[in-house]
Write a protein that binds this ligand. Structure first.
Ligand code: CA
Ligand code: CA
Length: 193
């Protein structure tokens, strides 16, 4: 058994990824080559995924956020990311407002994967998001967003839900599309210096 056979990406995965991500065949093939070099097993573990995030966020602690992102892309729940799951992750986590990206954002916030978001889950993701923010940038946040709790309360408030209510995927997506604040608060975008 092993990885001696496939040096080229399978046609099926390639076509599938072209459709889902709009990346070109060349881009995907190039990534696949790199992926095989860096990850000969063909599977990314949670630890390796955290290391990838650590490279992008050298001034903060992206571990818990990386763990949530990993969970949301491990669609077959086998505890690893294969190439396809990984490329979709790359594509989805770049900021954007397509419905597919908002579907992903929903799955990120739906920590227990039960199809609904609670305020507690929003708080949990806000806590992870906060750890992405470098210390020097924390002081620049507006008063009503400068702790994970405040950010969670503000974000939850965008959906006009009571504390004990829960939020379905459709409500989440509509809410985010209709509310600039919600759109901004579900992501962390590094402040440009
Ligand atoms: Ca998987
Ligand atoms: Ca949930």
């Amino acid at each position: 058994m092993g990885n001696a056979t496939s040096s080229a990406i399978s046609k099926e995965i390639l076509e599938d990824l072209k459709l889902t991500t709009k990346f070109t065949e060349q881009e995907i093939s190039q990534w696949y080559e790199n992926f095989q070099k860096q990850c000969p097993s063909g599977r990314i573990s949670p630890g390796e995924f955290e290391e990838i995030y650590a490279r992008f966020f050298p001034d903060s602690d992206p571990k818990s956020y990386a763990r949530h992102v990993f969970r949301s892309f491990d669609t077959n729940d086998d505890g690893t990311l294969d190439f396809k799951e990984y490329i979709i992750a790359l594509h989805m986590t770049s900021t954007g407002r397509t419905t597919r990206k908002l579907e992903w954002a929903f799955s990120l916030f739906d920590v227990d994967k039960n199809g609904y978001i609670t305020k507690a889950e929003v708080k949990e993701i806000c806590q992870a998001l906060f750890k992405l923010i470098p210390k020097e940038d924390l002081s620049k946040l507006p008063d009503d967003e400068n702790t994970p709790e405040k950010r969670a309360t503000k974000l939850w408030g965008c959906f006009e839900k009571k504390d004990n209510d829960r939020l379905a995927e459709g409500e989440f997506i509509t809410g985010v599309i209709e509310n600039e604040n919600a759109m901004r608060l579900i992501h962390y975008e590094p402040i440009k210096h």
